[in-house]
Write a protein that binds this ligand. Structure first.
Ligand code: SAM
Ligand code: SF4
Length: 426
């Protein structure tokens, strides 16, 4: 979501005559787009701003700004702490960046804007991917109303709002006309799409409609909440050809007591039921998840229940985190804080188990033929190209950069923890 917000900022700035550079030293304007989901992400921002301050001091006239969740949370306090900043703007004010730049230019004083709007105006900013890119992000909703006890998102991204059905279809159509073959639909909880009053269309209707747009070969979405994964959505894995055989379905914990305290509104049995139905509709579906260890009150038995659930599901990949206390969330007031060493031990144990499962899944693909959508040259070996299977696994194989953007058949010859090696058949 943050990557897409940055794409939108880049698009907006084109209108003010800016061009993108990958070198901060060359830049006249540096915007740090931030995340504050965990404390570590937030700390990184401060060290990065310190480095950019050096650039600003060496080159007067450079404007330095911060946006996203840290900006939303800290607002004015950031200017007090870091007086060299020119711009601080929150998650609902992205669309006003050109106006903010001209205000700083005219007044020489910093601008701070962190207000919330009823409707998020940036939802409609079209940010086509770079020329030649085959994949694009499409925002279908903003904000979140779920209030999981550990999470800052509802406080920093505002109320849940679904984007208009026809606007989404028009954007996907325009992307397809421009050569995009794969779209990833974005939202904090995409499968509750359409629940905002007055929208009138469900997520499954949206998937079916996008599946009917010529040129779109692959549809992905992120993130889904297990409590809103309806049979109708699961059915799309049978009926919508372009829908990739892959889903990210965060479980967070395998213990019902922890899930209840997290305010997730499902049990581990409900989650396993979702997995059973998904595999019934689509036997080869790849399932990935998020898990938090060391949530307040999590006992050794609770932790073991999470490992048990992992054994039952056997995720393809997993994003796992130590619980990080976030100001303003309900869990701040919970008893039973788990000490940092114990959280680390649990995370290491869980990650080693997941590594076994990931290897097991990848090893099973050796000898199989898969469809790979080529993204471009491999990062480390220029004579190879890199692409992804429909199940979202990275495959490297020998091939020229002219393959970028094409879907080819590849036989898998070797498997590693984070990628696969293949040979092109076409
Ligand atoms: N909306 C998604 C959902 O409900 O699953 C997740 C969005 S959040 C940006 C991504 C992941 O960060 C969560 O699934 C959770 O595992 C993790 N996360 C969120 N808050 C956290 C916290 N305070 N400490 C550790 N991990 C956290
Ligand atoms: Fe955060 Fe996701 Fe829960 Fe919303 S559903 S509060 S974004 S974890």
């Amino acid at each position: 979501m943050n990557v897409h917000d940055s794409e939108q900022l880049t698009e907006l700035l084109k209108g003010s005559g800016y061009v993108r550079t990958d070198s901060a030293k060359e830049a006249d304007l540096i915007i740090v787009n931030t995340c504050s989901i965990r404390e570590k992400a937030e700390q990184k921002v401060y060290s990065q701003l310190g480095r950019y301050r050096q650039i600003k001091m060496a080159k007067p006239g450079v404007m330095l700004g911060i946006c996203g969740c840290v900006a939303q949370q800290q607002g004015e306090r950031l200017i007090e702490k870091l007086p060299f900043l020119d711009l601080v703007f929150g998650t609902h004010n992205i669309h006003r960046l050109p106006e903010f730049i001209s205000r700083v230019g005219k007044t020489g004083r910093p601008v701070v804007e962190t207000g919330f709007h009823e409707t998020v105006p940036s939802i409609g900013i079209l940010a086509p991917p770079e020329r030649g890119a085959v994949s694009a992000f499409v925002t279908i909703m903003q904000g979140c109303d779920n209030y999981c006890a550990f999470c800052v998102v509802p406080y920093l991204r505002g109320r849940e709002e679904s984007r208009k059905f026809n606007d989404i279809l028009a954007e996907v159509k325009a992307l397809a006309d421009g050569g995009v073959k794969e779209v990833t639909l974005l939202g904090q909880n995409v499968n509750s799409y359409g629940k905002t009053p007055g929208n009138g269309h469900s997520f499954s209707e949206l998937l079916r409609a996008i599946g009917g747009i010529g040129g779109i070969e692959r549809i992905r979405f992120t993130t889904s909440h297990p409590k809103d994964l309806s049979d109708d959505i699961i059915d799309c894995f049978r009926g919508v050809k372009a829908l990739c055989e892959s889903i990210h379905l965060p479980v967070q914990s395998g213990s019902d007591a922890v899930l209840a305290r997290m305010n997730r509104k499902y049990t581990s049995a409900d989650y396993l039921d979702c997995v059973r139905k998904l595999r019934g509709a689509c036997p080869d579906i790849a399932i990935s998840s998020d898990i938090i260890v060391g949530f307040p009150g999590e006992t050794e038995q609770d932790y073991q229940k999470t490992l048990d659930l992992m054994g039952k599901v056997r995720f393809d990949t997993l994003f796992s985190f130590q619980y990080s206390e976030r100001k303003g969330t309900a869990a701040v007031g919970f008893d039973g804080k788990v000490n940092p060493d114990e959280k680390r031990r649990r995370l290491i144990g869980l990650q080693s188990l997941q590594d076994l499962h990931t290897r097991e899944k990848n090893d099973k693909l050796v000898g199989k033929t898969v469809e790979v959508l080529v993204e471009g040259t491999s990062r480390n070996t220029p004579q190879d190209v890199m692409g992804r299977t429909r199940t979202n696994k990275i495959v490297n194989f020998a091939g020229g950069s002219d393959l970028a953007g094409t879907a080819v058949r590849v036989r898998i010859v070797d498997a590693f923890l984070h990628s696969l090696r293949g040979e092109m058949l076409d």
